[in-house]
Design a protein around this ligand. Structure first.
Ligand SMILES: Nc1ncnc2c1ncn2[C@@H]1O[C@H](COP(=O)(O)OP(=O)(O)OP(=O)(O)O)[C@@H](O)[C@H]1O
Length: 658
């Protein structure tokens, strides 16, 4: 327990939920910050649930810069090795980062530069906690504390790819991000104000109501999309910001405006900005304070950009006038890389220069000047599970409404299937042929519904990058994502099951009783649910649509083979019987057979010769079906695959490298 008189802890401000709830009005920030100041002065009690007050809040409340928590990063002897498989030679160790020691200061823009393949992204990932800690050698400190998992809460990461929903507008995208990432008790009005501020800061006013778009749907320009990505990831105003090539793919004007925004964030809010960049132009150079120059995983220079000009002079490399200093540095690296001595002279020069700076006490004093980091925030998410479910479900529905053609095509496909099946088995009779037709109708209905569900595969695979981007920095709980998908999909599946059943059931002429019809409908609904659950699980495991398609179609064909339709359960060899029990077909097949031949409508009915309904059910392996047991088994399959889906999302769909 922390002493009651220590409300400001390790340099980050914490305020209690009770305080902030009381502040939840239009003047929220001012009140919250003054409460914060009061609580610091008076020494209020520490509460268990807490969240960070962002630099933006503090600046808006008129706090001076010295009151804003700042975070310096200190990297000491960091190395990262991976095992690489060589054809025929087994595995070999490859060092991607070699003994890197670097300091990153708050209030500055630090650029990581170097030739292609020099390790820029790898180093950025290591700093941002996107490489498993146990895979890294060396240490990373946030001010004086070793980095830990809570660092994700105070840092934001902007990926190189713009993974955004194309059907949402720029303003909607930012607002959803704000609602997910800003504290629950911040008034919606304030969140909207933040969004408008971000739109202005990023120069997105003219396209705020334009859809983001993608290759298929026209939307904002590439440069604007890049800025929306940055806005969505930084809307919660993290004090430490990592960006992987924020200017890639942008024209020079857009690139400059992005860099100016980032430079402004660093200067005015004391934020720490670290980014990778490829050959920036002259004007962009003005927005960069410090650089880390990498070559083959080694640090070749680290320090203020302005000093780079003279840095290589001891090696006889003097920079001519009017030359881009980074291009000059990269040319030198290229020359050394090609020379027989390699990068050794540059590595040596850097080590000596760093040693000198440490001896002069420059680095150490600077690093400890800042406040100490708060890496123990109690909650990993800004919003509650329920709120996340509501926001994500709302977004799913919005996406569905914006793509009505998708829903209409699903309905049309289902109608077509229902009419085809209905007319193929039109008005079945009570006869030997009628028995065959009914069992065929039931099994092919199941096959069509389950194979048809494979269209769900593309949806998750397309969305996966967005999911990874949003969850990598604690945007929401994975369980909230799973639940929100169900909230959106289950009503649609119920509608489709009703559409299919209403058409095909009466055309075929199955038991003409309302109870049996609804039993049929519910079973079809559960079939769609279990198939959707299974297919989403597979789609979370596979790298792409083609592999997913092949895994799903082969596994479902297998399950169909062991459904009991082609080979009755009693005839399936013991060593294969497990496939029968996990088959998506078995339980609904038995249920629908029982609904038809076990119904009171056909009780004691002789179908042909002396064959009655019971004999038919027994011969089909559905003689002792307990409807509730089969329903429970289907629910078990649905929830089981949902849990596997969640598990797979938690462990295999992370952006963390091993
Ligand atoms: N998991 C891995 N296994 C093997 N090699 C890897 C792995 N990840 C990265 N590399 C290699 O490490 C080197 C550095 O990669 P990284 O992506 O960090 O470079 P970069 O400087 O960002 O390149 P670019 O500027 O082209 O994006 C490259 O040679 C890359 O092929």
């Amino acid at each position: 327990m922390e002493p009651a008189d220590a409300p400001r802890r390790n340099g980050s401000f914490e305020i209690s939920r009770s305080l902030s709830t009381a502040d939840a009005d239009s003047d929220g920030i001012h009140k919250r910050t003054s409460s914060l100041k009061d609580s610091r002065r008076l020494g209020s009690k520490r509460h268990s649930a807490s969240f960070r007050v962002s630099p933006m809040d503090l600046i808006a409340a008129g706090a001076d810069l010295s009151e804003i928590p700042t975070y310096n990063l200190h990297v000491k002897n960091l190395s990262y090795k991976v095992m690489v498989k060589n054809k025929g030679e087994g595995s070999q160790e490859k060092t991607l980062l070699k003994n890197i020691s670097v300091d990153v200061y708050a209030g500055e823009v630090q650029a990581i530069v170097g030739p292609s393949g020099s390790g820029k992204t790898t180093f950025l990932d290591a700093l941002a906690g996107r490489i498993a800690r146990q895979s890294l050698e060396g240490e990373i400190f946030v001010n004086s504390e070793p980095i830990n998992e809570s660092f994700n809460r105070i840092s934001g990461y902007v990926m190189q790819d713009d993974a955004l929903f194309p059907m949402l507008t720029v303003r909607e995208t930012l607002l959803i991000s704000a609602r997910l990432r800003l504290p629950t008790d911040m008034p919606l009005k304030e969140k909207k104000r933040r969004v408008e501020l971000m739109i202005t800061q990023l120069g997105l006013q003219s396209c705020a109501n334009t859809r983001v778009g993608n290759e298929k749907h026209r939307g904002v320009s590439g440069g604007e999309r890049r800025r929306v990505s940055i806005g969505a990831d930084l809307i919660h105003d993290p004090p430490v910001i990592f960006l992987d090539e924020p200017t890639s793919g942008l024209d020079s004007t857009s690139a400059l405006s992005v860099m100016q925004v980032l430079s402004g964030m660093a200067k005015t809010g004391g934020r720490t900005v670290v980014l990778t960049i490829h050959q920036p132009g002259f004007r962009i150079l003005e927005t960069i304070n410090r650089v880390v120059v990498l070559g083959r995983g080694n640090v070749l220079y680290e320090g203020p950009l302005v000093q780079l000009k003279l840095y290589f002079a001891p090696l006889g490399k003097n920079m001519p006038e009017d030359v881009n200093v980074l291009e000059f540095a990269l040319d030198i690296i290229e020359d050394y890389q090609k020379s027989p001595e390699g990068l050794e002279p540059l590595i040596k020069l850097q080590l000596e220069s760093r040693k000198l700076q440490i001896e002069n006490g420059e680095r150490h004093s600077k690093l400890t000047e800042g406040s100490t980091a708060d890496l123990s925030l109690s909650s990993n998410y800004a919003t509650s599970f329920l709120e996340q479910c509501v926001i994500l479900s709302g977004r799913n529905f919005k996406n569905l409404l914006r793509t009505p053609e998708l829903f209409v095509s699903r309905c049309m496909a289902m109608t077509l299937v229902a009419v085809t099946m209905g007319t193929l088995f039109l008005n079945v009779k009570v006869s030997e042929k009628g028995v065959r037709q009914r069992t065929s109708f039931i099994s092919f209905t199941l096959a069509l519904l389950i194979f048809w569900s494979m269209e769900a595969m593309g949806a998750f695979i397309e969305e996966r990058q967005i999911f990874i981007r949003e969850t990598s920095r604690g945007g929401y709980r994975i369980a909230a994502f799973v639940v929100s998908k169900d909230v959106t999909m289950l009503p649609i599946l119920l509608f489709l099951a009703s559409l299919f059943s209403s058409i095909s059931y009466w055309l075929v002429g199955l038991v003409p009783e309302a109870g049996n019809f609804f039993f049929f409908l519910i079973t079809c609904f559960l079939v769609l649910c279990t198939a959707y659950s299974y297919i989403s699980f597979i789609s979370s495991l596979v790298p792409n649509f083609a592999i997913g398609n092949s895994v799903c179609s082969s596994s479902i064909s297998y399950m169909f083979l062991f459904s009991g339709f082609f080979i009755p359960r009693t005839a399936i060899p013991k060593y294969w019987i497990w496939v029968h029990y996990i088959s998506l077909f078995k339980y609904p097949y038995e249920l629908l057979l029982n609904n038809e031949f076990g119904s009171s409508h056909f009780e004691d009915r002789i179908w042909y010769d002396d064959v009655d309904s019971n004999t038919i059910l027994s011969s089909l392996g559905a003689g002792k079906v307990h409807n509730w047991a089969n329903f429970l088994a289907m629910l078990g399959l649905f929830f089981g695959y949902r849990i596997f889906f969640w598990f797979s999302l938690s462990y295999f769909n992370k952006s963390i490298r091993k």
